[in-house]
Ligand binder design. Structure first.
Ligand SMILES: Cc1cc2nc3c(=O)[nH]c(=O)nc-3n(C[C@H](O)[C@H](O)[C@H](O)COP(=O)(O)OP(=O)(O)OC[C@H]3O[C@@H](n4cnc5c(N)ncnc54)[C@H](O)[C@@H]3O)c2cc1C
Length: 293
């Protein structure tokens, strides 16, 4: 099937994009890499009257260190995230998950902003934004606002962005000195969306005791699930394999995964526990070694 007819505009400023969205009303859509939006239109699951292409907007494709963080423009592609040395040094988990996202052709076009705005429950980048405590900047007719990732990712394919807002950048705090992160997922074939995935971040003190820890899960609900309970349970103790297994099992038990054609809820929960344990242990090892990739 082909997409229904739509008007197309390609402004070169954020203000121009916001004005085009505001003028077109609620059924206008931002177009970024088109890797999620265009298949939806081809399936006639959406009928926007106008597509506002942000691919030519000046500055949205920049990656810039900013104090103890890195600011990544909304139009930065998955591929560019995977190749950037500043991200590899300061927020290594971002580049590490890129090979898990779809196929090379999709990674060449798909963008960070598109992934967060689309908010697929099995997408990796929204989950990392949650786990790494990222802050999103959006611009609309009322001006600019900053939104914590936890307040952006609302529910299945839904965010708290208004229809006339453009997501412009995402600020990722750099890993702390004794911080480590890890991510793993299970999918049927390379390039498929994950059936289940888990990510962990761990910060240790100088005696290798846990200062903070958290887990994130994908593919187990309407949106990515952040669980900060492991940090509360583990705080002040060394992260032994037994402790990791215990908190991972408890975190998986708190999930409410669904049954579908691809996997049962019980399978998803079991895999989530295994991936959570492995990623916690790996993140702690990296934190202890002060190795960030
Ligand atoms: C076969 C296939 C496999 C895939 N596998 C994976 C996978 O394993 N993991 C994964 O994470 N993704 C996967 N994807 C999705 C891919 O990563 C997309 O690139 C991504 O989800 C959307 O990014 P995009 O730039 O293409 O956005 P688009 O498709 O252009 O837009 C997606 C949505 O976001 C909105 N939007 C885009 N940019 C902005 C912005 N700056 N401000 C406000 N709203 C905006 C659009 O209006 C639209 O609603 C897959 C896609 C395909 C086709």
């Amino acid at each position: 099937m082909k997409a229904p007819p739509f008007a197309y505009v390609a402004p070169d400023t954020v203000e121009g994009a916001v004005a085009a969205l505001a003028q077109a009303g609620e059924d206008a859509k931002v177009l970024a890499g088109g890797q999620s939006l265009l298949p939806l239109l081809a399936l006639r699951l959406g009928r926007p009257s106008v597509l506002v292409d942000v691919g030519r907007v000046d500055g949205l494709d920049r990656i810039e260190p900013d104090g103890d963080a890195v600011v990544v423009g909304a139009a930065v592609t998955h591929r560019a995230i995977g190749l950037d040395p500043r991200l590899a040094e300061r927020v290594p988990l971002l580049g590490e998950v890129v090979p898990c996202i779809a196929h090379a052709a999709i990674r060449n076009r798909g963008t960070l902003g598109g992934s967060l705005a689309h908010n697929d429950p099995a997408a990796e980048l929204p989950a990392l934004a949650l786990l790494l405590d990222a802050t999103v900047t959006a611009e609309g007719p009322a001006g600019r606002r900053r939104i914590a990732a936890a307040d952006l990712l609302e529910s299945y394919l839904t965010t708290t962005l208004a229809p006339d807002e453009v997501l412009t950048s995402v600020r990722f705090p750099a890993l702390p000195r004794r911080g480590g992160t890890a991510f793993e997922e299970v999918s049927r074939r390379p390039g498929d969306f994950a059936l289940v995935g888990a990510g962990a971040r761990v910060e240790l003190d100088d005696l290798d005791r846990v200062r903070s820890a958290a887990l994130v899960f994908i593919g187990v609900g309407g949106t990515a699930v952040l669980d900060e309970q492991p940090g509360r349970v583990l705080a002040g103790s060394p992260l032994t394999d037994a402790a990791a297994a215990e908190v991972a099992a408890a975190a998986a038990a708190r999930l409410d995964p669904h049954d579908d054609l691809h996997a049962s809820a019980a399978y998803r929960r079991r895999v989530a526990a295994t991936l959570a344990r492995r990623t916690l242990v790996r993140a702690a090892e990296r934190a202890a070694a002060e190795v960030s990739t």
